[in-house]
Design a protein around this ligand. Structure first.
Ligand code: HEM
Length: 144
């Protein structure tokens, strides 16, 4: 579970409004992260660059263009999150906000359920607070 595209074909991506729809959803998600007093301190002061990467990743993950991997290599999401100390509570909040952003943007309940069924365990997989892992920032490093 390292960020391989969801095996959903391109219909889910199309129903979400394609690239524009995904951008809208990630913006709604980031607006929620920005207001969350537990999550906000984990993120850098400037949310802009991360938000753009997240758009590229989610688009690729939902079966859109693979620009994320063309630019940054393999997602290796757990590894990319090592610099951020993530506990179970933070993971739960992350999923909560993503689900709320999807609903806010009008994604149908059945599609929200499909997405969260994969995202919830993926977020738990990102929990690293008690692990002895390298915390050095990776920034835009290309990973294989
Ligand atoms: C479990 C709770 C999570 C927390 C607290 C968290 C936090 C973060 C933070 C702080 C960043 C860096 C943002 C920046 O540099 O501006 C980040 C990047 C990112 N996160 Fe998460 N994240 C979580 C879960 C997830 C999940 C489940 C996904 C997959 C859908 C994900 C996908 C990404 C991606 C694609 C990036 C950009 C990585 C890169 O290329 O640098 N995150 N996350």
């Amino acid at each position: 579970m390292t960020g391989e595209p969801l095996p959903v074909g391109d219909s889910l991506f199309a129903r979400m409004g394609g690239r524009k729809g995904v951008a809208h959803i990630v913006e709604a998600f980031y607006a929620r992260v920005e207001r969350d007093e537990l999550l906000r301190p984990l993120f850098p002061d400037d949310l802009g660059p991360g938000r753009e990467k997240q758009k590229l990743f989610i688009e690729q993950w939902l079966g859109g263009e693979a620009e994320y991997s063309e630019r940054f290599g393999h997602p290796r999401l757990r590894r990319r999150h090592f610099p951020f100390v993530i506990d179970r509570r933070a993971a739960g909040r992350w999923v909560h906000h993503f689900g709320a952003a999807l609903r806010e943007c009008g994604v149908a309940n059945a599609d929200v359920a499909t997405i969260l069924a994969v995202l919830a365990p993926l977020a738990q997989h990102m929990v690293n607070a008690d692990d002895d892992v390298p915390r050095t920032p990776l920034d835009d490093a290309r990973l294989d």
